[in-house]
Design a binder for this molecule. Sequence first.
Ligand code: AMP
Ligand code: MG
Length: 340
Amino acid sequence: MTLTAPEAVDVSEPGSPLPGDPRAHLTSPVTRAALRIQQGLLAGAREYLTGHGFHEMLPPIIGPVTDPGARGAKQVDLDYYGHRYKLMTSAILYKQASLLAFDKIFCIAANVRLEPLETTNTSRHLAEFHQIDVEAAGATREEITAVVEGLVKHMVARVVERFPNEFEQLGRDTAAFTALLAESFERRTHSGTVADLRELGHPQSPDAEIDWEGEALISRHAAQPFFIVDYPKGSRGFYDKENPAEPGTLRNFDLIAPEGYGELCSGSEREADYGRIVARIRETGENPAKYGWYLALMREGVPASAGFGIGVERLTRYVTGLEAAWQTNAFPKLPGVVSP
Ligand code: AMP
Ligand code: MG
């Protein structure tokens, strides 16, 4: 089978080769080693989260609305008995709703985002990927970042211990994780990161997400994973809670991998107040009516919470040391590339 890329995208750039045909990809020793390590990471996630009282739920893949917060990505519509439905770009709305059933939940969910064509060469973007999605009622940002840290350390420790042959085969020296496992993850602010990037000569906007290049740059300058906290309002979805003590700043965070691998995880304390959620939706120029089922639940009340999503292919790429995220997916879909 031949895979084709749109002419606009030069996928032959170093670091972003096209996936081979499915047979070559699935039988490659590199793919097999990466998928074994990925399976170990997922087993480790289930072990850690269920061990800490989180209940695993199966995520919906379609619904009347989905997360509007994905930067620059298009949503996929489908016809649901004459109604326009969406494929999930993230599980966020359902994660908050699930807290009506259990206080601590997680799911391992597929997400579809038609990412802009210019992301085909970032080595980090797929049009279909997976997240380990976690949400905890009543949690603060400090409590939920402690879960992220404990979870990542548990997953990494588990695969380092169980898959030495696979790491050797991939040429990944697991000494890269010694400090990760021993030390606590550093915490920086968004504004501090903007200042650092400007000092490095990168013109990062103080009012926006850290852009692709900036993300790769700070990641290359880091030796260990670290959190960035306090993103500006407007850079994220309406569900990230605004800090009442510091309007304009969100009680959210990202986890950034070292060695240039970039963002692994985004999370936040959530906005649970109905009136503020509606106001935030309006601020982004959207019609709240679109979020009917979600807002009906919020109006009656769902628990305040905090949560996060870790990209499975992103994490696997960092842990395996592979060149591109698609190498860690059995049936990779690069943005704009026609593939099975
Ligand atoms: P976001 O909601 O955009 O912060 O996404 C949550 C996490 O999913 C990110 O921290 C990444 O690890 C992962 N992720 C987001 N978009 C993509 C993508 N297009 N391809 C692969 N992983 C992604
Ligand atoms: Mg993010």
